[in-house]
Design a protein around this ligand. Structure first.
Ligand code: GDD
Ligand code: GTP
Length: 429
């Protein structure tokens, strides 16, 4: 029997994702029409042996409850949310809830960072872990990055058998282009390693308490577990070439959206809307809008037949799209209204936002450099060193109103704003 743990952090994490994470925990932000971590769950439930998924974080239970019960109804495995009493780090939660993970005697368990997106090759990773015949305590999913970008990730050096000899978390100078994807298979013996880290910290309790102000239960998986295990022959890595990326900034949500839509072609073609399909037109429900694949339209959205959508567009529940509207490379969240002849490019439109007629809402694409093999998304902070907004996609927070005939370029609008003029390269607070 197998289990999976999904690490989702808590409210003070994911700051680069604001303002999108102001009204919803970032792990529940919809990408390709499904909450980010539902894609993890779908990858996990494809494993026949997997019986339980534990979501670990420090968001209040009230914010996760509805999602968990929806998931529980959809999938045939046990799915639970376990709340850390405070931030326990990437490994502290696993140790704190060790009895819950061990319950039912799983043979091993997966650990997945909630802020990555991928075509998760979990079976392949598990088969590789098994092929090491109990020698591997942890098997890391690795992937190639560019030399320069590798510094933003955990870097691994490993031999041809996959034994990791060296692990450095976010090194300051080049170590390796093989990076940690934040996806692991762990043997149950990992808990004795975590226990010894916990007890040695407990002995140092006073110094820790005074030192970094963190709980003694706070354990960092990368620095305190992976780094010392490297070179002992118990840490393995499998390098994969599947699509994989982090979701740190709003721009990376647009990128993730595109790739999950592509994956739907094989896994969930019913989630894609194609030209020639019936669109839910508000008048008679039988007309068709113009589609450039890939596009996901929630069945409750109403799209006018003269609108043109795609590529890479997700339309959420209850959205209303008027005549002549053009949307490309964007995510439109629940109940937003986009009125006649408006164009939306490289943008995320928040829940319940309203855009008038003949407006233009446009952001800057922020894809990985297509000319560099293995390039990943850059995840720049909102502002550059001169305090200026870095060019990025345009984001409207929830319940924003943009009147007719406005132009909004490379801007971020916080929730509940009513704009009265056009804006370019600004954060509208
Ligand atoms: N439950 C819980 N509790 N989860 C946490 C906590 C915590 O206290 N702190 C972080 N997490 C979750 C985050 O939500 C995220 O999903 C994951 O753990 C990784 O946390 P970060 O601290 O944001 O690390 P990172 O994303 O910069 O780097 C990690 O992931 C990279 C791949 O995306 C490292 O593992 C790198 O080595 C790796 O390359
Ligand atoms: P490509 O052919 O993909 O290179 O695009 P393009 O240069 O023809 O136009 P653009 O990428 O700016 O826009 C794509 C589509 O949106 C085209 O069909 C345009 O007619 C339409 N479009 C452009 N600007 C507007 C606008 O302000 N309002 C509306 N409703 N549609 C627009």
């Amino acid at each position: 029997m197998l289990k999976a743990v999904i690490l989702i952090g808590g409210p003070e994490k994911g700051t680069r994702f604001r303002p999108l994470s102001l009204d919803i925990p970032k792990p529940l932000f919809p990408v390709a029409g499904k909450p980010i971590i539902q894609h993890h769950i779908e990858a996990c439930v494809r494993l026949k042996e997997l019986k339980e998924i534990l979501i670990l974080g420090f968001y209040p239970v009230s914010q996760m409850q509805q999602f968990v019960s929806n998931m529980q109804n959809l999938y045939d495995v046990s799915i639970r949310y376990l709340q850390e009493f405070t931030t326990l780090g990437t490994a502290g939660g696993m140790y704190h809830f060790r009895d819950q993970i061990r319950l039912g005697n799983p043979s091993s368990f997966f650990v997945l960072n909630g802020d990555v997106c991928a075509d998760f090759p979990l079976q392949k990773l598990y088969d590789f872990h098994l092929s090491k015949e109990n020698k591997s305590l942890i098997t890391i999913m690795g992937t190639e990055a560019t030399r320069q970008q590798s510094l933003h990730y955990g870097c691994l050096v490993c031999d041809k058998n996959g034994i990791v000899s060296h692990y450095v978390e976010k090194p300051s100078s080049y170590v390796s282009t093989l990076i940690n994807c934040g996806v692991y298979v762990c043997s149950m013996d990992i808990f004795s390693v975590l226990a010894s880290i916990f007890y040695s910290k407990q002995q140092d309790f006073s110094s820790y308490n005074n030192g970094n102000g963190k709980e003694i239960g706070h354990i960092q998986w990368e620095q305190e577990v992976l780094t010392p295990l490297a070179g002992t022959g118990k840490l393995f890595a499998l390098s994969v070439s599947n699509w994989w990326s982090q979701i740190k900034t709003a721009g990376s949500a647009i990128y993730a959206n595109r790739h999950y839509l592509v994956l739907y072609k094989e896994m969930h073609p019913e989630r894609l809307t194609n030209s020639g399909m019936k669109a839910n037109d508000s008048t008679d429900g039988t007309l068709i809008c113009n589609i450039y694949p890939d596009v996901h339209i929630h069945p409750t959205a109403s799209v006018h037949p003269t609108a043109t959508l795609g590529p890479n567009v997700s339309i959420g529940p209850g959205v209303v799209i008027g005549p002549g509207v053009r949307i490309r490379e964007s995510i439109i969240l629940d109940n937003a209204v986009i009125k006649d002849h408006t164009i939306v490019l490289y943008s995320i439109i928040g829940r319940g936002s309203q855009i008038g007629c003949w407006s233009r809402v446009e952001g800057t694409p922020s894809d990985p450099d297509a000319n560099k093999p293995f390039a990943k998304m850059e995840n720049p902070p909102l502002f550059n060193s001169e305090g200026r907004l870095n060019p990025s996609i345009t984001i409207l927070g929830y319940s924003v109103t943009v009147p007719s005939e406005m132009i909004l370029l490379n801007s971020i609008v916080l929730p509940h704003k009513e704009l009265s003029r056009s804006f370019k390269n600004e954060i509208i607070l």
